[in-house]
Design a protein around this ligand. Structure first.
Ligand SMILES: [Zn+2]
Ligand SMILES: [Zn+2]
Length: 148
């Protein structure tokens, strides 16, 4: 991937489409309770982009404000969960996409697990990536594993 890489994605019914440019600043699993609720999934995987590197097309996405300043977008027609959106600190406004909504999620390879303490205890991924208490860039590294 390079700076002019374009990637496309959208919801299940195709009403909401998006295009990102450049590499994501991060691709991580998130085990937090709120992401699970929003997605109805045991774990989610997010790829983050600065908001100015994202273009939406088609139907306007619906945004649910899950906490002050944090939006979680979805398709108003088919309900597909699409994003986490909010203040990314020094990155400015960011949009993190659930990678399963990209047309080609294969190329988005996760590098860490966020909020590992909130992980459903019967669910794990057999990799050796670092596992953090919260977000990778501002919380304690708990361990690597469990692959080894
Ligand atoms: Zn849809
Ligand atoms: Zn989360």
């Amino acid at each position: 991937m390079s700076d002019d890489t374009k990637m496309k994605g959208g919801c299940l019914c195709g009403a909401v489409r998006y295009e990102t440019s450049g590499e994501p600043f991060a691709v991580n699993y998130c085990h937090c309770h709120s992401c699970r609720k929003h997605n109805g999934a045991a774990v989610v995987t997010l790829a983050g982009f600065k908001a100015n590197r994202v273009k939406f097309s088609g139907d306007e996405r619906k945004v649910y404000e899950s906490s002050p300043g944090v939006g979680r977008a979805f398709c108003g027609k088919c309900g597909t969960p699409l994003t986490w959106e909010g203040d990314g600190g020094e990155l400015g406004q960011i949009i993190e996409f659930h990678i399963s909504t990209f047309d080609n999620p294969e190329v988005l390879v996760p590098t860490s697990h966020a909020f590992d303490p909130e992980r459903i205890s019967w669910f794990d991924v057999a990799d050796n990536l670092p596992r953090y208490e919260g977000f990778a860039d501002d919380s304690s590294l708990l361990r690597h594993g469990p692959a080894n």
